[in-house]
Design a protein around this ligand. Structure first.
Ligand code: FE2
Length: 424
């Protein structure tokens, strides 16, 4: 079904209006009378938003926690080693089974677009082919964008051919990992090669960049330079950028305007950055999250990714982008009212822009994709991480659940609560 009328939906501006979706497109927002023959749902004054977008994930590694063993130290490097141990035993069926489960979790949580890095280090490209199959299989329900990711290093593992082959198979974005190459020079060389490749093929770039606490890890500077040199402005994302947390303030004051000039998008991964960074510190321990408020102030597009769910790097998660934004808000101390709203935008409209999703948004003419959340506004969504009452794609309900209400009985005094602070 591609037609749907949603009654009494609360928008970000507080207005309660109806939304009419016809032939998968939002055609009316306002006071819409009920129409016979069109399915109708009542949003009961709850908050409506465009779907969540995860701009950084690893679908080929997800839900592999404990195979063949758990990450004892919890560090990034043990995680990479563990992934290396797991890889020889991967099968296409197992990869796809885990990816399907994750996609179902994501949809139920209201995420309808994911950019996933896929490891191209194995010449057989088993994981690439499996993820392309999942991309096709889930296309009706989820936009899955794949990044060719040389996990073991482009130069270090001699994986240029694999990367080119992955792109030839249909992977859409060029990835990289310059800080994992053997030297700073090799890192710079990898960036130059990958950006030239993207320019030649007309593709976007999204690199794991400077995912360390080393203040001298400055590959973002080279990425910025190559972006400008090759005219890739607005098509390049720096994922993680955690070394910016530890950089000298004067250097950052020079770097941020360069990033703005190159229109680099920033993709932070707060759940993972707060657990993996600062591991070599005693006390005080650095937070290791990139400089989000300053990047937003500089005019950069900033998005948050989930990165991992139950894999060699992270033992938790249920693919909830509100968990991600909740963590970012705390770690980056973004408790100002507009800052909290920016955290919500970082899991909705900002990543939609980075992924280039067409027709995204809650306006007439946009695609009929939206969520009804059991809360009153975007900030309350972050506070409660509430039930996703309806997840709607192309005017069809993909997932739904009942309102969550707790009934109390305090020595006979009965009441109920849903934790909603105020109803207007
Ligand atoms: Fe990642």
């Amino acid at each position: 079904m591609s037609d749907l009328l949603i009654k009494n939906a609360r928008f970000k501006n507080g207005k309660v209006q109806d939304i009419l979706i016809l032939k998968k497109v939002i055609v009316e927002i306002g006071n819409v009378s009920e129409i016979t023959d069109i399915p109708t749902i009542d949003a009961k004054g709850y908050f409506v938003t465009a779907p969540f977008v995860d701009s950084h994930f690893h679908l080929d590694a997800t839900l592999s926690y404990g195979i063949p063993r758990v990450n004892k130290s919890g560090t990034l490097l043990e995680g990479i080693n563990l992934w290396g141990e797991l890889k020889p035993n991967l099968t296409a069926d197992a990869l796809k089974e885990r990816a399907r489960k994750l996609c179902q979790w994501a949809i139920a949580r209201g995420t309808l677009a994911i950019r996933s890095h896929v490891d191209i280090s194995d010449p057989s490209l088993l994981a690439v082919e499996a993820m392309l199959d999942i991309q096709n299989e889930y296309r009706p329900w989820l936009d899955l964008q794949l990044v060719a990711f040389p996990q073991d290093g482009l130069i270090r593992a001699n994986s240029k051919d694999n990367l080119n082959n992955a792109l030839a198979l249909g992977v859409e974005v060029v990835g990289g990992i310059p800080h994992f190459e053997r030297t700073m020079d090799d890192g710079a060389e990898s960036i130059k090669y990958l950006c030239e490749l993207a320019a030649k093929k007309g593709l976007q770039v999204d690199m794991h960049c400077d995912e360390s606490d080393d203040p001298m890890s400055r590959h973002i500077e080279v990425l910025t330079k190559e972006t400008i040199r090759l005219g890739l402005q607005g098509r390049v994302a720096g994922s993680h950028l955690t070394s910016m947390h530890s950089m000298d303030n004067y250097y950052v004051s020079k770097l941020l305007p360069l990033m703005t000039e190159a229109r680099i998008s920033v993709i932070a991964n707060p759940l993972i950055n707060i657990t993996l960074q600062g591991r070599h510190d005693t006390y005080p321990k650095r937070r290791g999250l990139t400089r989000i408020p300053e990047q937003i102030l500089a005019g950069l597009t900033v998005a948050f990714g989930h990165d991992c769910v139950m894999d060699p790097w992270y033992p938790l998660g249920s693919h909830d982008m509100l968990d991600v934004a909740h963590m970012a808000l705390h770690v980056a101390q973004m408790t100002g009212i507009t800052q909290m709203q920016e955290c919500f935008n970082a899991v909705t409209e900002n990543p939609a822009r980075i992924l280039g999703l067409e027709g995204y948004g809650l306006e007439k003419g946009c695609k009929g994709d939206l969520l009804v959340l059991q809360c009153m506004d975007d900030v309350e969504a972050l506070r409660l991480r509430p039930a996703r009452l309806y997840v709607i794609r192309d005017g069809s309900i993909l997932s739904s659940t009942q309102e969550v209400v707790y009934d109390l009985d305090l020595s006979g005094h009965k009441s109920s609560t849903d934790f909603i602070f105020s109803r207007t």
